[in-house]
Each structure stands twice: as structure tokens, then as C-alpha cells.
Design a protein around this ligand. Sequence first.
Ligand code: ADP
Length: 268
Amino acid sequence: LSQRIETDGPDDEMKELTVTFNSMIDRLENSFQRQNQFISDASHELRTPISVIQGYANLINRWGKSDPDILQESIDSILSETEHMSALIRKLLFLAKGDQNRMLVQKKVVSLNEVAGEIVRELEVLEVHRQILFEGKDKAEVWADPDLLKQLLWIYAENALKYTKEGGVITIRVWKDKKNAFVSVGDDGVGITQEHLPRIFDRFYRVDPSRNKGISGTGLGLSIAKWIIDSHLGQIFVESKAGEGTTFINQFPLTGKPKKEAPKKDSQ
Ligand code: ADP
């Protein structure tokens, strides 16, 4: 793939063809490189929990039979690592399916308010020790897959929980303008510094792993969010300030045509 065609002949058509051919090869090469990077990052991420599980299994083998504390601690760690691994594999499969256009996206008319309301109720039931605020007066209907929509909002909600302290505030808002519907999930947590913002949607990207110490994550959540939004012809905007909080705003085209404004009556 490193080969390129060169031409300096006078034939314009040939030159144009060469440029098109070379740019196609460039795109193919980029896509291969991205796939290779994805596979090597994924393997690296899977290797860590496997080594940890192996370590604890060895510990049980040596000491666990005679020491119930070591046995319990090892079992707990193995269970938590396997949980982390299955979450990682689920996310990898999602992205692989998405890349290959094998994801079933079943769209229908969905009320953003209802989906957002469901997330709010679920957060309340889970007693997450955060204040959950919900503002959704505008009835906003979009053409969407309700399961994917819910998955999208859960990604933000889980992050909001991970990156805020107990007692923090999570705000979910739904609104619309003439063309678009919006749903945002905001928090008053650690925030993200400007330099990291452009990269947070990259696969496996995590802001400063030492700051996130103890917070489990894969760096894949937001890349899945981006895939979901792209598959709904929407856009994501992020507002964030270090130490103050983060808000993810998601824009979707409204279903149907925007209503024509009623003609203004002449005031007399
Ligand atoms: P992760 O599994 O690490 O949370 P994501 O792809 O969901 O992966 O997010 C990527 C990174 O963006 C996170 O590691 C975190 O540093 C940052 N991030 C995402 N959401 C928030 C948030 N609400 N507040 C602060 N940082 C966040």
C-alpha cells in the first residue's frame, strides 16, 4: 500500500486520475492503520484484567486454601475484573458492529422527554447520592432508536456519576428550537480541561489516568455516544470547565417539518 502512482506527463485526464487513485489509497491506508491501532489497543486493555485474574488465581492456589481472607479477597477481585472485562468486550463488540454497518438501528418516533424521564427515574431508584434535576417542558419528538437513545443517555449519566462527588448535582434537560431537539446531561464534577476536550471522543482516550485513579473506565463510552449520535444525524456539543463541571448537549433533527409560523396580525 505504500506504492503511489507518479505522473508528470502533459495529459490532464491522466493527472486527475492519478490524484484520485492516490487519495483513495491514502484513505484505505488510514483506515487500515485505524483498525490496527484499535486491535492493538483492545488487546492491551484486555491483557491487564487477564493478568490480574491470573495473579489472584495463583494466590488462591498458594495461600487461599488455608487463609479464608485471602480466598475471599481474591474471589472478589476476580469477579470485579471479569465484570470489567465483559463490559469492555460488550463495548468493543458494539463499535466493531458499528464499523461494519452491522448494527440494527430501529428508528421510530420517540419522545426525548420520555426517554430522559426514564433515565431520571432509574437514577432515583438506584439512590446514587446525587441530586437529580430534570427540566423538560418542551415536548420534543425525534426519529430515533429508543434503545440506542437510552444507551446514549446512560453513557453520560454514568460518567456524570463517576466524575462528581457524592452530593453533586446532575441536571438533565430537554428542549427544542424550530429545527432541532436537544437533550443535555450536565454535572458539577471535576470538569475537563480545554486541551483534552478535542480527544475525549477518541477510542480508549481517558483524561489523565492518574486523576481518574480508582475510577474504572474503558475510554470507549464517549466513542459509542458519538457513533449513536452520528447514526441519528445529530451532533454533540460539550461545555466544560475544570473544577466546575461538564455538560454534554445532544442535538437531533426534529421529526416532521417545522410548523409554519402563524401570519402576524396587523396591530391597529
Ligand atoms: P471512560 O470509560 O474512561 O469514562 P469515556 O469515553 O466515557 O470513557 O470518557 C472519556 C474520558 O472523558 C474519561 O476518561 C474522562 O476523563 C472524561 N469524561 C467523560 N465524561 C466526563 C464528565 N462528565 N466529567 C469529567 N470528565 C469526563
